[in-house]
Design a protein around this ligand. Structure first.
Ligand code: NAD
Length: 361
């Protein structure tokens, strides 16, 4: 998780990120130390996962939750969902410090927000944890399918990425068929494996890479992909690079090496620096599908769960990612701006437009 190098006051940070509300939750009895950040609720209640992480400092935790919650505002806005942006972090080691009591206490803090914030799972939390939160509040999604939840979001997230890749292919080559195209999938975990399947079903050549060698061997064999060692992936001459593991893999060093025409994957915060590396990709002529535009499938699943889960509706909304990506690419081309800047503009415009609707009657 990124470190905060900010000595700024809390209120200056809230002002800089544009937050509406931040709640600090403390309960010595259960050891709960959490921060809930509500960035913007113009479009609807703020929805965002709860991350449990052993942050080095409280400043790092605050910085992370502010950054992530703002990202959720943009993701919901560009996906056309009626949701605002929020996120929560629980400070602690998810293997050692998690308990039913801590999670239920956290659930009560969410309950007190009366629906302004709705949570879901994230790094360090899982559907079982959401079940505990659900014991105290209805404002939680991502609960197990057996109790009416939407289940594993990874297949839907992978479908969204697949749609984003297709939109990029269409932009560059005039049709969106993946047959004969080559794709490097970095990270073949929950989302990556589902993506490999979709790509292979359409006869794309797939180079798969993962630090988990056993998993890599199994997945490559199962889908007929070529296993590629992690340290050579930037040397492979492929059409598409799909980062599906970690953030910040696109930076000054890797952009110099990249040979692909398109970057489109599920990992969050792929650009080490949005402005600098977005521009570098534009200058180098690499088409970048902004991560938050194409990895919104998980959020769509949560949204659908709130509306009374329908798989059909989730799939429809996820397929719209194709059009959303096309719109971003069009604006980027028309205004000669990076694709991330174009995506931000579209998201901000939707929020501004709806703000005007809500200020009138
Ligand atoms: P995961 O933990 O199931 O899979 C990640 C995989 O990446 C693992 O197999 C891991 O071994 C591998 N990995 C880790 N470091 C690596 C490295 N340096 N090089 C190559 N492989 C590496 O996670 P996931 O649920 O598949 O999510 C993948 C990414 O997509 C994450 O960034 C996540 O935030 C993002 N995302 C996930 C969802 C979802 O629904 N799961 C939705 C939106 C975004």
């Amino acid at each position: 998780m990124p470190n905060s190098n900010s000595n700024e006051s809390i209120f200056s940070q809230l002002e800089a990120f544009g937050h509406k509300k931040v709640v600090f939750c403390s309960d010595p009895d259960t050891g709960l130390k959490a921060i809930i950040a509500i960035h913007d609720t113009t479009l609807g209640p703020a929805l965002g996962g709860t991350r449990m992480w052993a942050y080095k400092t409280e400043a790092d935790a605050l910085h992370d939750v502010l950054r992530l919650s703002k990202g959720m505002t943009y993701k919901a806005a560009i996906t056309g969902l009626n949701l605002g942006g929020g996120k929560a972090v629980i400070i602690g080691d998810s293997h050692r410090n998690k308990s039913e009591a801590l999670l239920r206490k956290f659930g009560r803090f969410i309950k007190n927000l009366n629906g302004e914030f709705i949570t879901a799972e994230d790094v360090g939390t899982n559907p079982r944890d959401m079940e505990y939160i659900r014991m105290e509040t209805q404002y939680v999604t991502g609960v197990p399918e057996s109790i009416g939840g939407s289940g594993d979001p990874a297949p839907i997230a992978a479908l969204g990425v697949f749609m984003g890749i297709k939109a990029c292919i269409k932009e560059l080559y005039g049709n969106d068929n993946l047959a004969g195209r080559s794709v490097i999938v970095q990270g073949i975990g929950h989302v990556g494996e589902n993506l490999v399947k979709l790509l292979r079903d359409e006869n794309a050549k797939v180079y798969a890479s993962d630090i988990n060698e056993d998993r890599l061997g199994q997945v490559a064999k199962k889908y007929g992909a070529e296993a590629a060692s992690n340290n050579i992936i930037f040397d492979i001459d492929a059409d598409i690079y799909a980062p599906c593991a970690l953030g910040a893999t696109i930076n000054t060093q890797t952009i110099k090496k990249l040979k692909c025409a398109i970057i489109a994957g599920s990992a969050n915060n792929q650009l080490e620096d949005e402005a600098v590396h977005g521009q570098m990709l534009l200058d180098k002529g690499i088409l970048y599908a902004p991560d938050y535009v194409i990895n919104a499938g998980g959020l769509i699943n949560c949204y659908s769960e709130l509306m009374g889960f329908s798989k059909k509706r989730s799939l429809q909304l996820t397929e719209n990612i194709y059009e959303a990506t096309r719109n971003v690419l069009k604006l980027s081309k028309a205004e000669s701006i990076s694709t991330i800047e174009a995506a931000n503009k579209i998201a901000e415009k939707r929020i501004d437009d709806i703000k005007k609707v809500k200020s009138t009657y």
